[in-house]
Design a binder for this molecule. Sequence first.
Ligand code: C2E
Ligand code: MG
Ligand code: MG
Ligand code: MG
Length: 286
Amino acid sequence: HAKELGKNNFQYFSESLNTDSLERLTLESSLRHALERNEFRLFYQPKRSMKSGQITGVEALLRWQHPELGMILPMQFIPVAEENGLIVPIGRWVLRTACQQSVEWQKSGLPPLNMAINLSARQFIDESLLDDIKQALQDTGMSPELLEVEITETMVMRDVETTVDILKELKSMGVRVAIDDFGTGYSSLSTLKQFPVDSIKIDSSFVQDLTRSVEDRGLTEAIIAVGRNLSLNVIAEGVETSEQYEYLKEQACDEFQGFYGNAALPADKLSQLITSLEGNSAEPRE
Ligand code: C2E
Ligand code: MG
Ligand code: MG
Ligand code: MG
């Protein structure tokens, strides 16, 4: 028996001390210091009206400017931060920074822009979420109507009752809500109807193959129809080509995001873009 245990222990160590877990250890410890070292940045990706091409708002997207590794994308560290709980303080920083930026842009004379932030599952169910949002709005003076939170379809389906309660609270504060990556989860129409949300975002995986896949066209049309029937704003994510854009426009999708319009930009580049577009008849591309 002892021999077996020893063997198992050996296996355990040899499996866990591989490069992956060493990398992960390094990542975790530098992630712990990233906030205090001010290594996080927000980039802002425009959302545009399908019909007019006008920029209706932006989505704040998190970047980690690592001193040695350079720019790290959220996919590489958010799952780790989600697991060890660091996502809560990081998410608070995102919220505050986005609100501050929004107020700063307006002070500098830009027209009011909707500001969307992404919430992680852990943040969404954290008991401090609503207070954090109230506090950030109050401290920065941002008007709640300009703030939107994006939550994923998978997140809202975990506990429908709790989700409805949180969403109602957000609504009563005047904050808007979008369901992100829509179509990748399994929400039924009757469940979706219970959620007081403003927008749904068609996941980029459907948009990607629109011109090649009959199935993806069908699903996209179904999502747009659902949105229309529930009077929701429908936004397509990951629009990269004029073909995708034209198709979605024909289907009366309301807004789009993607490289066909703009990639995510640092704050100063975003405000330059808005300024350069002001007064122009707005085509999605200059
Ligand atoms: P998301 O919220 O669905 O954001 C869309 C992602 O698609 C962004 O990647 C964006 O840069 C990228 N994208 C936009 N247009 C295009 C396009 O035309 N083609 C392609 N291929 N990609 C496009 P990013 O910034 O790497 O973010 C990935 C995910 O990380 C986000 O997905 C979101 O779930 C999460 N995330 C980003 N920022 C935050 C944050 O502050 N907090 C939390 N909790 N999650 C975040
Ligand atoms: Mg998003
Ligand atoms: Mg998305
Ligand atoms: Mg996505």
